[in-house]
Design a protein around this ligand. Structure first.
Ligand code: MSP
Length: 506
């Protein structure tokens, strides 16, 4: 039962080998923005994030911390949960792969695959990178390292294999039939050429350590961490119960947002596992780019990771959201810099949006008795501004459906710019004595423009938009009320600044 008004969006589940950084925050913020947008559009949304807690990488991190793996993952997982709370993320679920519901789901997927003859027992002799949790062919290595630069080690052990080699043509057919499955387009081409170059069977179990989901009926093996981890997207919907309400509602209406580094796992292995288990692959995989810090690759060893909580505590959630979503086109790489964030904040939020709202609402509060003004006849300029604002929902839809957050913001800011120009040109403050009716009309047009803008900025700037809509005494905030104009005479609360200008402390 699929319904076009159901929408399921997921972040990758984060490895708990280390504390969260800006890269993790970015994916989660983007998904949160999308989830908020879909809710605004009246969709029933399921939004999940969580932690990936098995595998050698996590096991080694626990050992390095001198902790039992379970205690270690319990502790680090909390830091990711905490980040989501601090960022005011609206996830409906937080999945951990060590939870019984997930172990059951992962084992069931295994059983399904083995029952369908998709898995065989063999032995693996080859390269493995713990950092990437990935197997590499000799031919893929560059100077004795993984193509990602990660160290590799030689692994020789009995292993179960998934018959990935048999799925190449079916995958290509699937990509062909679903041209939107892999986004952006450039990534799609990359995946297609990888699959065309021929797929090898995939090792899907490890026998040399224990920190993983036990392979059903073979206690010597644990499941390969990626097969385990990918299944989380099903666990959240109640799998193995494919008759659960959530499963019927949200699968395969699903979008997995991932970083470009984990594209292959999501666009090749995952649909192949699903098709082999008789399940439909998800609707879309969107791969975003990577952030550098002041031009330098972010890495723990360089000590230049950016703590998202520190940023939020300094600048506020909305400022961080706005910068990350506005600065680069989603899908491209971006460079993080404090000066960039401060510039964006001051120019777009404090000086443009904040200034518009503050000067209009405080003027209304003082000059219109703290009530929504009473408009009279509209001039051509009035109508022009309203027409611009009215065009935004359609543009919003076009952009957001493609994850073009930056374009969505760009269009809104064009209207904000126009509205500020309109204030300067109409000069409502000089009309108080001479033409109060006209003053009220101008202010009404502005209040309406701000209301419309604030409805549309909710996905990107949830906290500020809420404050602005509060200041307009709006209780309903969905797109369905976009055309319900403000009622003249409605009492308004005293306005407070939403984006105070950021001044560097000396
Ligand atoms: N556990 C796997 C995902 C399993 S999903 C079934 C994993 N975890 S991760 O913690 O290493 O990375 C999670 C996400 O963070 C990835 O999508 C990755 O692209 C993203 N980022 C990590 N560093 C990043 C940047 N510097 N910039 C942007 N995103 C980055 O992979």
């Amino acid at each position: 039962m699929t319904n076009e008004k159901n929408f399921y969006i997921t972040t990758p589940i984060y490895y708990v080998n280390d504390a969260p950084h800006i890269g993790h925050a970015y994916t989660t913020l983007a998904c949160d923005t999308m989830a908020r947008y879909k809710r605004l559009m009246g969709y029933d949304v399921k939004f999940a994030t969580g932690t990936d807690e098995h595998g050698q990488k996590v096991e080694k991190a626990a050992a390095a911390a001198g902790m039992d793996p379970k205690d270690f993952v319990d502790k680090v997982s909390q830091t990711f949960r905490h980040l989501a709370v601090e960022m005011q993320i609206t996830n409906d679920d937080f999945i951990r792969t060590t939870e019984p519901r997930h172990i059951k789901a992962a084992q069931q997927l295994w059983v399904e695959l083995i029952n369908r003859g998709e898995i065989y027992l063999g032995s693996y002799a080859g390269w493995y990178s713990v950092r990437d949790e990935a197997f590499y062919a000799e031919s893929e290595l560059i100077d004795g390292k993984a193509p990602t630069g990660a160290p590799v080690e030689w692994v020789e052990e009995p292993s179960y294999f998934f018959k990935l080699s048999a799925w190449g043509d079916k995958l290509l057919e699937f990509y062909e039939k679903h041209p939107d499955f892999i986004q952006p387009e450039s990534r799609r081409n990359e995946v297609i050429s990888f699959v065309k170059s021929g797929l090898r069977d995939l090792s899907i179990s490890r026998a040399s350590f224990k920190w993983g989901v036990p392979v059903p009926n073979d206690p010597d093996h644990v499941m390969y961490v990626w097969l385990d981890a990918l299944t989380n997207y099903l666990t959240v919907l109640g799998y193995p119960d494919t008759n659960s309400d959530d499963f019927k509602k949200f699968w395969p209406e699903s979008v997995h947002v991932v970083g470009k580094d984990i594209l292959r796992f999501h666009t090749v292995y995952w649909p192949a596992f699903l098709m082999a288990a008789g399940l439909t692959p998800p609707k879309k995989i969107f791969a975003h780019g990577w952030w550098t810090n002041e031009g330098v690759k972010i890495s723990k060893s360089l000590g230049n990771t950016i703590d998202p909580i520190e940023l939020i505590n300094t600048f506020g959630v909305d400022a961080v959201r706005y910068f990350l979503l506005r600065e680069v086109s989603f899908g491209q790489d971006g460079d993080f810099s404090l000066s960039g964030l401060i510039n964006r904040y001051n120019s777009d939020l404090a000086n443009s949006y904040g200034n518009l709202v503050q000067r209009v609402l405080s003027f209304i509060y003082k000059q219109c008795d703290g009530k929504v003004p009473q408009p009279a006849e509209y001039t051509a300029e009035d109508k022009d501004l309203l027409i611009e604002a009215d065009a935004l929902p359609e543009i919003l839809e076009q952009n957001m459906e493609n994850f073009s957050f930056h374009k969505h913001a760009e269009h809104i800011w064009q209207v904000i710019f126009k509205a500020n120009q309109y204030v300067d040109m109409q000069k409502p403050w000089v009309l108080k004595a001479t033409d109060p009716k006209r003053m009220q009309t101008i202010l009404y047009i502005l209040a309406e423009t701000i209301r419309k803008i604030a409805i549309l900025t909710q996905p990107i700037l949830p906290i500020a938009s809420e404050k602005i809509l509060d200041q307009l005494a709006m209780t309903k905030r969905g797109l369905d009320v976009f055309n319900q104009a403000l009622q003249p005479g409605t009492p308004l609360p005293e306005p407070k600044g939403v984006f105070p200008r950021w001044v560097e402390k000396a």
